[in-house]
Design a protein around this ligand. Sequence first.
Ligand SMILES: *Cc1c(COP(=O)(O)O)cnc(C)c1O
Length: 329
Amino acid sequence: MSLIKINQKAYENNLKKIITRIGNPSKLICVFKDNAYGHGAKILAPIARLLGIDFIAVKNEKEAYELENFFKNILILSHRPHGNENPKFIYALNEISKIQEYKSGTQIHLKIDTGMHRNGICIEEIENAFLKIDKLKLNLKGVFTHFSSADELDASFFIQKEKFFQVKTLARKNYDGLACHSYNSAALFRAQEMPQDELFRIGIAQFGYGDKNLEKVLSLYAHKLSERVLKSGQSVGYGRSFSAEKNLKIATYDLGYADGLFRYNGKGDLFLTNNKKILGKISMDSFSCEECGDEVCVFNDAEIWANFFNTISYEILVKLHPDIPRILV
Ligand SMILES: *Cc1c(COP(=O)(O)O)cnc(C)c1O
């Protein structure tokens, strides 16, 4: 049985560090989308709740319903309006032309495009959006934006921040008590000062990525299915991409690309945490390596796999199959 171990202390410590940085837990929107970045939303929800988190962001309504009993405020980021929105949830309004498709009374946070040009309405459209929101009796509870490159050295971060400042001013002239938010993990740890009048939408930092003072929360384990001695010259796995140069005791473990591992094609050195190499190509449901016990840690830092596969830790983490059991350790 493959297994994901969630380090509860590490998760709590990360949340506490984030909360210290932003001031208090009521300013934090924990981004729990995509099964809490593969970590397991249901297993983390009660821990976040106990630390005073009352606001999360998820991808869609399915995720929102799964977590509705844990958090008072749930923002749904990638919603396609259908007219039957739940008054309990908060929906991101990503596109003004879809506005009449929301049920009246629906709580919304208006997404503003300050430069990422992915979702949201542009600043010039805001007044018009307010008119439509009022006419359709939608319940505007917040405005937000997303940074394309929350890197201090990048001028676009400052330009977007400045634009969002204008948005906040304009929006607050028209509506009372609006929640405004723009910062993600990168902005949180790179910016010198925190805006005092905003909430913070934090995803990956909760899980230990993006700052060296955070602790990695997830480690991935596989278990032995079988073992054998590979005789000198024999190969293992599809395509015979690895052949033993001398007799070698190998084992096959129960985790493969169907479980969300990237498919290693046998080229280049990909190491497990015990410094053993994966031997041959990864199969759908298994991989092989030098025999190293009944349980092996595949990774406890997704960055290593991300670097190997030329991607980002987010992608390595979210691809972990939801059926892999998650346990707290
Ligand atoms: C995923 C997401 C976040 C969180 O980003 P991190 O880099 O993980 O902190 C914040 N806001 C929006 C709109 C997102 O989609």
